[in-house]
Design a protein around this ligand. Sequence first.
Ligand code: SF4
Length: 487
Amino acid sequence: MAMTMTEKILARASGKTEVHPGDNVWVRADVLMTHDVCGPGTIGIFKREFGEQAQVWDREKVVLIPDHYIFTADDKCHRNVDILREFARAQGLPHHYDVGSKNYKGVCHIALAEEGHTRPGEVLFGTDSHTCTAGAFNEFATGIGNTDAAFVLGTGRLLVKVPPTMRFVFEGEFPPYVLAKDVILHVIGDIGVDGATYKAMEFAGEAVDRLSMEERMTLCNMVIEAGAKNGIIAADETTLAYVRVRTAKAFEPVGPDPGARHVSCTTYDARAIEPTVARPHSPDRRVSARELRDVRLTRAYIGSCTGGKITDFVNAASIMRGRRVAVDTFLVPATTEISRAIRTETLGGRTLLSIFEEAGCRVSLDASCAACLGGPEDTFGRINGPEVCISTTNRNFPGRMGAKEGQVYLASPYTVAASAVTGRITDPREFLGGGLGTGSERRCGAAGAASGASGGVAGAAGGVSGADGAASGGGGVISRAAREVGP
Ligand code: SF4
């Protein structure tokens, strides 16, 4: 039977020749990752259920990455880090990226990739909802709860229901002012925060093939914001070039079979995607950046697993170079490797760090999740009052970045940088050129099963309903098939 990439990985990992959506299969884990927020709970359950002296199923496959509440005076946060440290020592775990050691890395999802733990064709479980980021590497990667993680620690296996796959194809080429963050906000705006509940979101097409690994990670990072079980992209030379220099382990990518069945297939004209923003307080409250030009800001934030990678900082610097920011602007690298690169990589003869400092930004060189998840009050960049913030992070629920009175707009590094400079939400085309078109040249509803896309898409595929009725900034859909189709 023809299978999707997700089905092929789950079939292989469960020792079956084929699986179907809805099947429940016991899947072997290639990697289990946990961090300082969920690790202590996971470890507690593991000890309770398997015994105080129990050993993890495979030391080589357990990865501990403290990253969330690291640079704080809060004792409870320190205790969590200590619990991970003690567990790693007692179990003899080789992959522990401990705080204060030369191994310290920062945000787990980027650290996993940099350290070679994300490999095509494998299964990665993590106690963090954005574990789906690693789908960019052609693996089945998904977030799990502490109880499931404790079970994996003890047995190396987990019962997984095979998700049906939604396929998203981007034809042509993204405009130079559009980043992967715009693309995923655009898709989430189309299908809503429950539009892919327990589905695999598969990304393909010429425009996706052209993306760097960092941009592909951004795309897969936010599939959970549509409720997806996982995101996935086929491996190509870009994937292999990234992975091969980071791991000596053998791996086997999977591609989609011809004739594989998808619950839906939506094809976009990549050229019609615009700089996109999600308004407070939900990632599907999509609107074009150009439509929010009257929104005045008090803060900008560039960081997290979504928007704190080196390419994100290079893109932000390309706009901030030679300019001053008009609002408090906080920058936090996701990992120590990125922190070093900010100090060494140059643009126009200036390091990124000097560009940001001359622009008036507040740069933390301590890599971590920082204010993406709010954290203790002394967390760098945390929203502690009624701020209006534009951010490269992935969630904008009330209180997500700190105070519940805060308002968070989600956007790409280009849009955040442009907005930081003007003090209001700004389409980056004001700095990068490209003309503030309205997407009127988009081709919508061209195919038989397609529905109209402009001005808020409704009636999306597979029983998915449209996002917020007020959502705008839609467009670019060429075709949308609600039935099962081949790739
Ligand atoms: S950066 Fe934010 S979204 Fe990413 S793992 Fe940390 S808290 Fe979660």
